[in-house]
Design a protein around this ligand. Structure first.
Ligand code: 5AD
Ligand code: SF4
Ligand code: FES
Length: 384
């Protein structure tokens, strides 16, 4: 597992002059070196970066924030990622799968509260039963909502055939984080076996794109062994792959995972938070018309983390609709917020937060990625 090699990571690796930040921000295209400079910006430089990102966001996607009701469908997972609290090796977690009725109820809540879209997220499973079950659920949700609910899936790597089947059943967006675009770092974060291959993850992303999904990916920020150069590479990877959506957030250590032993290598949480904000801001500048999520992990570190992410470039939020009784069993990382709040409490709380951040909510709008729409004008059904 994770070899104990040398560690070089700081939010601010070396002092970067404000003139250099200003000049770099003026460029049309950022090189890897430019990105490392910007990721290393101090408080003063960071402010300039955030201002520029806010301006780009306003011009490209405006003030609207789109809600995706998050349904944490099941914590059963065949995989054993070294960073994740619900990895199969963690025997302390009680495993669950929501019933069809519970999923439908959550989907109905989303519809009635004008969210327009849901995300079904869960661990990676490959049984025929699971694949079939998801297909049937998709059909039931489409029927219940008369096609009005947009559905995003986040159920890990699957075969092209399975992705296609779920697409035909009604899913139209898929989230699959690359976790890191550096294959060497990927290997340090995952067991060395056939279930955890970087190449398979890449192929899955390619398959999703080919089938016609809006594809979202992302990385964890502030991982042990990760460098600013790795993160610069991640941003370039997003751009080269031409992603439609992104979800990124700070890595947060979990006691019951192998990566926990490297916690002394981590930068302070607050630095991971600022680095995550910089990643969001830079990606917004580099890809002005994609959708970027303000992730829950941001809020784990800063109570206003999601609002801050909205202010520097994010435009999607995922209120949690998972029944409260399951939430403590879906802790990918520790200190996750909203464990005891029912869906309606989170909704009200988030609404207030979004308005405080100077944004508006795109009620009843699918809010599909503008970039995807521009690439595929015929495939979009914005207001069903
Ligand atoms: N800290 C932050 N994010 C995590 N994820 C899994 N474990 C952690 C952690 N300890 C993220 C991964 C995964 C997503 C579902 O949750 O990026 O893709
Ligand atoms: Fe399973 Fe996803 Fe956690 Fe990996 S990150 S162990 S695939 S739930
Ligand atoms: Fe869940 Fe605020 S978003 S309580």
């Amino acid at each position: 597992m994770c070899p104990g090699n040398s560690f070089i990571f700081a939010e601010k690796s070396k002092s970067v002059s404000i003139e250099l930040i200003q000049n770099t921000l003026l460029k049309d295209n950022f090189s890897r070196e430019d990105l490392v400079i910007l990721l290393g910006a101090d408080e003063e430089g960071r402010k300039l970066l955030f201002e520029k990102a806010a301006q780009v966001k306003n011009e490209a996607v405006g003030k609207k924030v789109y809600f995706r009701g998050l349904i944490e469908y099941s914590n059963r997972c065949a995989k054993n990622c070294y960073y994740c609290g619900v990895r199969s090796g963690n025997k302390k977690v009680a495993r669950y799968r929501m019933t069809d009725d519970e999923v439908l109820e959550a989907a109905r809540f989303a519809l009635e509260n004008h969210f327009a879209s849901i995300v079904i997220q869960g661990g990676e499973l490959f049984t025929q039963e699971h694949i079939q079950k998801i297909g049937e659920l998709l059909l039931k949700i489409k029927e219940m909502s008369q096609g009005r609910l947009g559905i995003t899936l986040s159920l890990g790597e699957q075969t092209e055939e399975t992705f296609r089947y779920w697409f035909e059943c009604g899913a139209h967006r898929y989230l699959l984080r690359i976790e890191t675009s550096n294959p060497d770092l990927y290997r340090k974060l995952h067991p060395a076996n056939i279930l955890h291959r970087f190449e398979t993850r890449l192929k899955a992303l390619e398959d999703l794109k080919k089938i016609g999904y809006q594809v979202g990916t992302g990385v964890m920020i502030g991982l042990p062994f990760q460098t600013l150069d790795d993160l610069a590479g991640d941003l370039l990877f997003f751009k080269n792959f031409d992603i439609d959506m992104a979800g990124m957030g700070p890595y947060i250590e979990h006691e019951e995972t192998p990566l926990y032993q490297y916690r002394q290598l981590l930068m302070p949480r607050i630095n991971r938070f600022y680095l995550s904000l910089k990643m969001v801001a830079l990606l917004r500048i580099m890809m002005p018309d994609i959708n970027i999520a303000a992730t829950t992990a941001m809020q784990t570190i800063d109570p206003q983390g999601r609002e801050k992410a909205l202010m520097v470039g994010a435009n999607v939020i995922m209120p949690n609709l998972t029944p409260v009784k399951y939430r403590e069993n879906y802790l990918l990382y520790q200190d996750k917020p909203c464990i005891d709040e029912e869906a309606d409490e989170c909704q009200r709380c988030l609404e207030a937060r979004i308005y405080m951040a100077g944004c508006e909510i795109g009620w009843d709008e699918w809010g599909d990625s503008l970039r995807f729409k521009r690439k595929n004008p015929s495939q979009i059904n914005e207001k069903p």
